[in-house]
Design a binder for this molecule. Structure first.
Ligand code: AFP
Length: 282
């Protein structure tokens, strides 16, 4: 596991350099989920594949940018799923983006995730590692080293909401629920980048991030292996909850590598509210 985390640190340093200096225009391709790729998606994907290919402990990798998994070492213990550059369309407008990694044993089921790591490329580069606890590290760019900052824990209740999706497509009960959070004094925090949006809620102690099922996307948008399970793991280890509206996200098993799921991440109070609302609508 230490070798995998060290490889992720190397990837993060290289991807951060690429974000600063490489071409940010669109590539002439779409990924498996039908998103137009920017060249940096492809560059970041190549960097991660190259660094992970050197780690003997990794049995298989699968990237959001590729259709199929890639076998690496027959005797490796871990399966690693990753989104090399989540929110890459935000690079054009110079907002924060991130890389997300889920580390699994035996299969890519939510129940088999054993660690999750994400990196935020913002005004500074930060990395969050969730294993037995959730730890925050900051990149010292001069030394090329990640320095431990603190352990992260969610409060019982927060005051921020990040509501994803297209409002006109939301189910009416979902809209009413989000409106009620705002009526209760919650503040809107949504950039359109899952990594910085969930990072903000985590660092500020709590709240709710939701990417629900809706009329246009009954299974939501965010991908289980690369986005949903890693953040569910981070939030649960930090003392919060992560559900699909009724069930624990980590109880889900994808049928296909690129399957999506509706998802809600937050502190206890907000997720109990989601459960209350969604249980009446089933
Ligand atoms: P891309 O991976 O296509 O850049 O999408 C970003 C993202 O997956 C995630 O980072 C955001 O939370 C979510 O999409 C935003 O989607 P909406 O614009 O539909 O709210």
């Amino acid at each position: 596991m230490t070798d995998i985390i060290n490889a992720i640190k190397k990837c993060a340093i290289r991807i951060n350099e690429a974000i600063k200096y490489e071409d940010t225009s669109k590539a002439e391709s779409e990924n498996k989920s039908g998103d137009i790729q920017v060249k940096l998606d492809v560059i970041s994907d190549d960097i991660i594949e190259e660094e992970f290919s050197k780690v003997a402990d990794i049995k298989e990798i699968v990237s959001e940018e590729k259709e199929d998994a890639l076998k690496l070492n027959e005797n490796g213990k871990y399966f690693v799923a990753y989104d090399p550059l989540d929110g890459s369309s935000l690079i054009d407008v110079n907002l924060s983006v991130g890389s997300i990694f889920g580390i699994y044993k035996n299969s890519y089921d939510g129940a088999n995730i054993v660690a999750a790591v994400y990196v935020v490329y913002g005004p500074r580069v930060e990395m969050v590692v969730a294993r037995d606890v959730v730890e925050l590290f900051k990149l010292d760019e001069k030394k090329g080293e990640f320095i431990f900052q603190k352990e992260l824990k969610l409060n019982e209740k927060g005051n921020l909401v990040g509501p994803g999706g297209t409002q006109k497509e939301w189910y009416s009960f979902h809209k009413e629920m989000i409106d009620n959070f705002f009526k209760d004094g919650y503040r809107l925090r949504y950039s359109g980048g899952m990594v910085p949006d969930l990072h903000q809620i985590l660092l500020k102690g709590g709240g709710l991030f939701a990417y629900p099922g809706a009329n246009d996307k009954p299974n939501g948008k965010l991908r289980m292996l690369f986005e949903v399970f890693p953040f569910a793991y981070v939030y649960k280890i930090a003392g919060g909850l992560a559900i699909d509206g009724s069930d624990d996200l980590l109880s889900l098993s994808p049928k296909h590598l690129h399957d999506t799921a509706p998802c809600f991440f937050g502190s206890d109070y907000e997720i109990q509210k989601v459960l209350e609302v969604y249980s009446k609508r089933k």
